[in-house]
Design a protein around this ligand. Structure first.
Ligand SMILES: Nc1ncnc2c1ncn2[C@@H]1O[C@H](COP(=O)(O)OP(=O)(O)OP(=O)(O)O)[C@@H](O)[C@H]1O
Length: 630
């Protein structure tokens, strides 16, 4: 890469036009789509992206947005929703599943709407006792219907009052209300029964003869039919009772209302016509009676029927809109909680568990607030693939570098998978820097260590970090075998105090800082491919866990001077055990080499280059299986 022209930004010539970022929306769909994947604010019918501005503008816009949302909900047009989701005539939902849910949505008090029917029959009985003739047919019809309706009503409404009724009754009630057909059938039977009872009552007012000359003169309503128009008044109650049940659609109720009006009109015009004429004669001065009563009461029933039909349709529309909003609210609540769960999982993925708990727990936390925690005894590991940067190239054969990234992703994912193992649960991945993997141990704020605790207790996590480093090696080896590659890890470990914290309000990042981290990084950068390099102090601690080391020599580390370092050989009797020397002793017998950091870098580069030559040869002959396009 030579000869790239670079520039400094000196000043702005054309001012930035914020309006160019403004988007106009015409349809709900556009709006929903935009909201789905963007953080936006909504101003005067136009949507603008929320500026970050340290979170302040975003929060203000979010508050404004909530307020507008609340206002929109209050002014929501139910009629528009109804037109969109239901058919005009039946008002049933166009979506079959939604219609099924609506009809099967047992409102716990829906059976209570049936109470109107026994009430009507009780009122009819009272009228029967005081105003209408008490012949045996009407007494029987009213009596039987009353008992039937009262008992069945008790059975159906028992479910809504579990504390009052006995368990057996509740059980029967549940069965009766269980199926939609059963509930509808009950409502229809109830309405027909009260209609039938009232119609049968009418027969007690049948006056034999075709003219009004033989109208009864008796003043006792128990004997003579003085007020036959009462049957139509009772029919109004029957109509109201028939309009109430939630179980029936407005179309079904309209059909029942027609039956009620028709039967009573038939009764008025044919069965009790004479009695109604006699009633007209008994009030000769009443101007309302200019039109014969048999017609006026029938027309009255027809008018009330039409009025109730309009009301029923309106009630059903309201009930369906409510159901629609309720289900939509429920769906949105579920989506929101699902999103919440996913966000939470994401936070737990990007932050260590105790830090995630801190962030998710304190909801009133200010975005600008800094989270930091100091630790006295932490292990830090840097593991890099020195020959990866040479392996990475943007060429057609590897899909402009995509296949190299795919390979790196596989490697890092396999490393991450190791952290899922229960034994490595105290090791936290900090980040990846290119192909370098950074992890730390001992970052647990609940861990209590006392200065007089033995090294085996205090530094158990450091030994675990070494085990983890060895597992990383094995994992890479197995990837190499599968992909015919020869990548090696160059690792450095150090221990000591660090400061951990989370930086940034958006896309927060957990990181660790301190001299311990710098030296760990130096141990990696000055190390040798395939080796784990540690400082003398780290070596001393790890030896007490049975690890064996080979002295590497003095390494010049920026800001630290000459550091004696060691390469890990293995665990147990795998190699010589050296007495680590914390301070540099250039003349010491066992010092194998003294290297300056820069020299070491060159040396490491040379080793990596030789590896890379082999690797590149390898790649050109044996592409990564399944990754590189043939
Ligand atoms: N939190 C961290 N994450 C990643 N790398 C880190 C972190 N802290 C320190 N390092 C790395 O440790 C190395 C040593 O850092 P140090 O501060 O000693 O020197 P430097 O002057 O920053 O490094 P350089 O000479 O490489 O520019 C640097 O390469 C730095 O990238």
């Amino acid at each position: 890469m030579a000869g790239i022209k670079t520039f400094f930004i000196v000043r702005t010539i054309v001012p930035y036009n914020a309006q160019s970022d403004v988007k106009d929306f015409n349809s709900d769909k556009d709006l929903e789509d935009f909201f789905e994947d963007k953080e936006v604010s909504f101003e005067n019918g136009v949507i603008t992206p929320v500026e970050d501005n340290g979170g302040r503008t975003g929060r203000k816009d979010s508050e404004d947005f909530k307020q507008r949302l609340r206002k929109d909900l209050m002014n929501r047009d139910g009629h528009r929703d109804l037109v969109k989701h239901t058919s005009f005539v039946t008002r049933s939902f166009k979506d079959k599943q939604r219609e099924y849910n609506y009809t099967h949505n047992t409102e716990s008090f829906s059976s209570i709407s049936l109470i109107g029917c026994p009430l009507v029959i009780i009122l009819t009985s009272i009228a029967q006792a005081f105003i209408l003739p008490n012949d045996s047919t009407s007494i029987m019809s009213v009596g039987i219907s009353s008992w039937f309706l009262i008992i069945i009503t008790l059975f159906t409404i028992a479910e809504a009052f579990p504390n009052i009724f006995p368990e057996q009754l509740l059980y029967i009630s549940k069965i009766m209300n269980y199926s939609v057909i059963m509930r509808r059938l009950l409502a229809v039977v109830f309405i027909l029964v009260i209609n039938f009872a009232n119609f049968v009552d009418m027969t007690s007012c049948i006056v034999v003869g075709s003219n009004t000359s033989n109208c009864s003169t008796s003043d006792d309503p128990g004997e003579a039919c003085l007020y036959p128009s009462y049957f139509s008044h009772m029919a109004v109650l029957v109509l109201i009772a028939a309009a109430l049940p939630f179980q029936l659609s407005h179309i079904m109720k309209a059909a029942l209302l027609f039956i009620i009006v028709d039967t009573h009109t038939f009764g008025n015009l044919y069965l009790i016509r004479k009695a109604l004429d006699c009633e007209d004669l008994s009030f000769p001065a009443d101007p309302a009676r200019i039109t014969p009563g048999k017609y006026t009461v029938s027309v009255m029933l027809g008018m009330i029927c039409i009025g109730l039909m309009v009301l029923m349709r309106h009630m059903e529309c309201a009930s369906r809109v409510l159901f629609l909003w309720k289900t939509e609210a429920e769906e949105q609540r579920e989506r929101a909680s699902d999103m919440g769960r996913r966000n939470e999982a994401l936070v737990y993925n990007i932050l260590p568990p105790h830090v995630a708990v801190h962030f998710l727990g304190s909801r009133k936390r200010q975005h600008e607030e800094l989270y930091s925690q100091s630790y006295a005894e932490v292990g830090v590991l840097f593991a890099s693939m020195p020959n990866f940067s040479d392996f990475y190239s943007e060429e057609t054969v590897n899909n402009q570098g995509l296949e190299c990234l795919r390979f790196l992703n596989e490697v890092i994912s396999d490393f991450d998978a190791l952290l899922e193992l229960p034994k490595f649960q105290d090791i936290i991945k900090i980040k990846t820097i290119g192909s370098t993997y950074m992890a730390a141990s001992g970052l647990n704020p609940t861990r209590v260590v006392k200065p007089d605790d033995p090294t085996e207790v205090r530094w158990a996590h450091l030994a675990l970090l070494v085990d983890f480093a060895l597992e990383l090696k094995k994992a890479l080896q197995s990837i190499n075998e599968q992909s015919f590659n020869h990548f090696v890890l160059k690792m450095g470990i150090n221990h000591g105090p660090i400061t951990a914290g989370v930086i940034g309000a958006r896309k927060p990042h957990y990181d660790i800082w301190g001299n311990t981290v710098n030296v760990a990084s130096r141990m990696e950068s000055t190390g040798k491919a395939g080796c784990i390099q540690v400082t003398a102090e780290t070596c001393e601690i790890l030896q007490s866990f049975g690890y064996t080391f080979e002295q590497r020599g003095l390494v010049a580390v920026k800001g630290k001077g000459q550091l004696m370092t060691y390469y890990l050989i293995g665990k147990g009797g795998g190699g010589g055990v050296f007495t680590p020397q914390a301070s540099p002793q250039p003349g010491g017998e066992r010092i194998m080499e003294t290297v300056k950091e820069e020299e070491e870098e060159e040396e490491a580069q040379a080793a990596a280059d030789s590896d890379q030559t082999a690797l590149l040869n390898n790649v050109s002959i044996k592409p990564i299986s399944g990754l590189v396009d043939a």
